[in-house]
Design a protein around this ligand. Structure first.
Ligand code: CP
Length: 307
């Protein structure tokens, strides 16, 4: 039995196969419409979500399966003090696979250790968000035609942003990636990330000004300053609108640069950008359904049964 805790749990070759499968599912959804008949996905979300939870549920329904779960800690027995370990033992009796989001880093890993069914980390605190990374990689591969040989700017909250941490680790396995980290001093990417890049001779620089580096970028990955990760409301208010991507800033960018964002957005991308052909964030959300379909199919070993 296999879980997904970190994007690195899959080799580059396994990811290629997963993305090929996701693209096939996108091209020919009817072929997969019944492959999960009789199977159930549990979505155990201890933290709010729109995209991750609902795209997992849509993915399971697209495969002909059923879904059950909870969307907040308050509506589960966690509110009565039940541990994640006990919850997953029980969920293992009700479902065939589980997607879990938790505010505590490592909670899905603890669950996986006790689980009798595959567990997918759907975001744990400021740590990892592997299925967002799979979504990001599939989006880049599909829209750019390659994973590698580009300059990517990651902008916003690089300190607490789990999507950023997962994506950097995943992209390090591809060739000729040049990272530009764009953040205020207080939200710089953690030292363990820059140390890892240095030790592997991977090119990166850290800047504060988005405008300064805009012409260099092939991809711009915008992120939200996350109110829920701040200890201090004053700091959040001071930093929340540090970056706002506007039409004027987009004029500095390459004609084929793509703007990605894991969403939700607050103010960091002006809505006037949504109609720019380089805005790829809503397409990215759509890719998320197909990559989660491919992931469920793979972790339930449905391909093996057919072979
Ligand atoms: N991208 C993402 O994780 O969105 P949600 O928080 O809405 O799931």
């Amino acid at each position: 039995m296999r879980h997904l805790m970190n994007p690195l749990d899959f080799s580059v070759e396994e990811l290629d196969s997963l993305f090929d499968l996701a693209e096939d599912m996108m091209k020919d959804p009817a072929k997969y419409a019944d492959v999960c008949h009789g199977k159930k996905l549990a979505t155990c979300f201890y933290e709010p979500s729109t995209r991750t939870r609902l795209s997992f549920e849509a993915a399971m329904m697209n495969l002909g399966g059923n879904v059950l779960g909870f969307s907040s800690a308050d509506s589960s027995s966690a509110a009565k003090g039940e541990s994640v370990s006990d919850t997953i033992r029980v969920i293992s009796c009700y479902a065939d696979i589980c997607a879990m989001r938790h505010p505590k880093e490592g909670a899905p890993m603890v669950a996986a250790g006790k689980s009798l069914i595959p567990v997918i980390n759907a975001g744990d605190g400021g740590h990892q968000h592997p299925t967002q990374t799979l979504t990001d990689l599939l989006t880049i591969r599909s829209l750019k035609g390659r994973l590698g040989s580009f300059t990517i700017g990651l902008c916003g909250d690089l300190k607490f942003g789990r999507t950023v941490h997962s994506l950097i680790e995943a992209l390090c396995r591809y060739k000729d990636i040049n990272f530009i980290f764009i953040s205020p001093e207080e939200l710089r990417v953690p030292d363990y990330v820059t140390e890892m890049l240095k030790s592997r001779n991977i090119s990166f620089k850290e800047v504060i000004s988005l405008e300064e580096v805009m012409p260099e970028l092939d991809l711009l990955y915008m992120t939200r300053v996350q109110r829920e990760r701040f200890f201090n409301e004053e700091d959040y208010i001071r930093l929340k609108d540090f970056y706002i991507l506007t039409k004027e800033k987009m004029e500095l960018a390459k004609e084929d640069m793509l703007v990605l964002h894991p969403l939700p957005r607050v103010n960091e991308i002006s809505v006037e950008i949504d109609s720019d052909p380089r805005a790829a964030y809503f397409k990215q959300a759509n890719y998320g359904v197909y990559v989660r379909m491919a992931l469920i199919y793979t972790l339930l070993e449905l391909g093996k049964k057919e072979a």
